[in-house]
Write a protein that binds this ligand. Sequence first.
Ligand SMILES: NC(=O)c1ccc[n+]([C@@H]2O[C@H](COP(=O)([O-])OP(=O)(O)OC[C@H]3O[C@@H](n4cnc5c(N)ncnc54)[C@H](O)[C@@H]3O)[C@@H](O)[C@H]2O)c1
Length: 276
Amino acid sequence: MSGDASLRFAGKVAIVTGAARGVGREIVRAFVDAGAQVVAADRDSDGLTETCRPHGTRVNAIVADISTTDGATAIVARATEAFGRVDICVNNAAVAPHAALLDERVEVWDRVYAVNCRGTFLMTQAAARAMIAGGRGGRIVNFSSGAAQRGAAGGAAYASSRAASESFSRVAAVELAPHDILVNTISPGLIDTQPKPLPPAMAERLAARIPNLPLARAGRPEEVAALVLFLASDAASYISGAVINIDGASSAGGRFSGVVVDDDVRYDWVTGRTRR
Ligand SMILES: NC(=O)c1ccc[n+]([C@@H]2O[C@H](COP(=O)([O-])OP(=O)(O)OC[C@H]3O[C@@H](n4cnc5c(N)ncnc54)[C@H](O)[C@@H]3O)[C@@H](O)[C@H]2O)c1
């Protein structure tokens, strides 16, 4: 981790949901490397064990479902029981099944919203209550997706649920500001967390998509973790209510070919170009 003192977290306690794999696993690692104690939560017990194994007693694992009141309450209670406080809560857990709108099933829709929206709400509420009780303020980092800003086919439930997380986080930022709790949202583009080996249809889609991204690569989970740590750090003390893209410019545009051709004669008078 950085030697920057503002990115050190000694004495701080962070909760990370969705810690069993992908981005969540790297967030746990980054906080431990930066000196924090971490409660790592997920519904996947095996993955959670793998995440926590290298970190010994610095990480406390809890198998819980963030979409339930009991689950969210138990995760936050674990932080105060095990480490005595809650300073940071990273609501990274989410699900992203895709289906055509005409085939979308209501029970899948509801499950996506239960995890991505209700889970984010329940975790934010439970963590904020503990932070207020602690009297030291806090940081909450929620997650969205670039999909929330696009009309990508198949993402009706996922994309709209992530847009809802953004909206929810703005309200939370305003309501929790008097308690010195800062709430921000990270909106990743394509991050390399897909199952390996890649299932065939996924491999085909990524092979078509990646060369067209501005940086021609997916983001790495540790790059997202670095942004989480920044937002949780003293360096980000006046950032709240923000939605921050981490997408290698993919929300700005596609891959640049390296050549700009302008043969529009209307602006020759602007450029001074003369034509034969
Ligand atoms: N990977 C990407 O390309 C990408 C793109 C945009 C946004 N994001 C966002 O980044 C975050 C992390 O994505 P990822 O790719 O690492 O996800 P992932 O699917 O690899 O991992 C998500 C983790 O959350 C856990 N989880 C799901 N539902 C849960 C529940 N109800 N209770 C507890 N744990 C639960 C899963 O078991 C899993 O371990 C998500 O919020 C996602 O929306 C990811």
